[in-house]
Design a protein around this ligand. Structure first.
Ligand SMILES: CC(C)(COP(=O)(O)OP(=O)(O)OC[C@H]1O[C@@H](n2cnc3c(N)ncnc32)[C@H](O)[C@@H]1OP(=O)(O)O)[C@@H](O)C(=O)NCCC(=O)NCCSC(=O)/C(=C/c1ccccc1)CC(=O)O
Length: 256
């Protein structure tokens, strides 16, 4: 399978599985990802996902440039019927963790930027190299990278196609943690399991408030988050959370 899905303890582990091609995205991988993200979004047993690449060399190097098929119809038809590929399928309120285990280049870095947490192995490298192959970081990279790190560094990456190291990515806040390659999967699992053990509706509301709030004036964001708090105030899980605290036991959340 070009993309593997494993579900364990409410966590979906999504692994791009073409290490011989640096986990680049061929048409089959893209189709698999579309199905997998739909499952992650709708399966009530899944509370959080981890996206990574097989092997220790690459997370994903973007479009498989050797297998990209020639277009069969004009862009207007594709664009107006399907919209953007790949990223809309990752749009959900369940959190996604990118465990970046090597090169995150082109569309690979853009997928990582669409995740909520980014952690990396010490050998990871990050780049939007599309200008070197006569394309554009068209999966939001030109918009998101300059908002995710210092603008001067983002512009250097976008215009020269130069890559940065894991240590630089940590320094610029593009990732939250850098660990040895052998420790990356365990770190991803520990963050995922912490998120999965929290109240699922609270986690999703926190993501919604933070993501949508970024595009709102502060006062609107504050009002919106207060309304979301009110929505959660009436959940069974909140009663359970408060009761479990008083009884000094672990809560059992149901997402209700
Ligand atoms: C990452 C590298 C710098 C690593 O170099 P290294 O020397 O260590 O390894 P290689 O020998 O180069 O790679 C090993 C093996 O993998 C194949 N490989 C790697 N990446 C790709 C790829 N993206 N497509 C196809 N094949 C790939 C490589 O050919 C080798 O195979 P072998 O010869 O052994 O059979 C270096 O690999 C590198 O620079 N890779 C390319 C990175 C890149 O330019 N990525 C950007 C692609 S364009 C893109 O992602 C776009 C996304 C998009 C935008 C909008 C809408 C949809 C998608 C733009 C677009 O599609 O136009």
């Amino acid at each position: 399978m070009p993309v593997m899905l494993e579900i364990s303890n409410h966590v979906a582990y999504v692994t791009l599985n073409r290490p011989e091609a640096m986990n680049s995205l061929d048409p089959e991988s893209t189709a698999d990802l579309t199905e997998i993200w739909a499952r992650v979004r709708t399966d009530p047993d899944i509370r959080v996902a981890v996206l990574t690449g097989a092997g220790e060399k690459a997370f994903c190097t973007g479009t498989d440039m050797k297998k990209a098929p020639p277009p069969t119809e004009c862009m207007a038809a594709t664009y107006l019927r399907d919209g953007q590929p790949i990223l809309p399928h990752m749009k959900m309120w369940k959190p996604i963790i990118a465990a970046i285990n090597g090169y995150a280049v082109g569309g690979g870095l853009e997928m990582a930027l669409a995740c909520d947490l980014r952690i990396a192995s010490s050998n990871a490298k990050f780049g939007l190299t599309e200008v070197k192959v006569a394309s554009l970081a068209g999966l939001n990279g030109t918009q998101v990278l300059p908002r995710a790190m210092p603008q001067a560094v983002a512009m250097k990456m976008l215009l020269t196609g130069e890559m940065i190291s894991a240590d630089e990515a940590l320094r610029y806040g593009l990732v939250s943690d850098v660990v040895e390659p052998s420790g990356l999967a365990d770190l991803a699992k520990s963050y995922a399991e912490k998120i999965a053990s929290a109240a699922p509706l609270s986690v999703q509301a926190a993501k919604q408030a933070a993501v949508l709030g970024q595009d709102m004036p502060l006062e609107h964001g504050i009002l919106f988050s207060h309304l979301l708090w009110g929505v959660l105030r009436d959940t069974e899980d909140r009663k359970e959370g408060f009761k479990a605290f008083g009884e000094r036991r672990a809560p059992e959340f149901r997402g209700a």
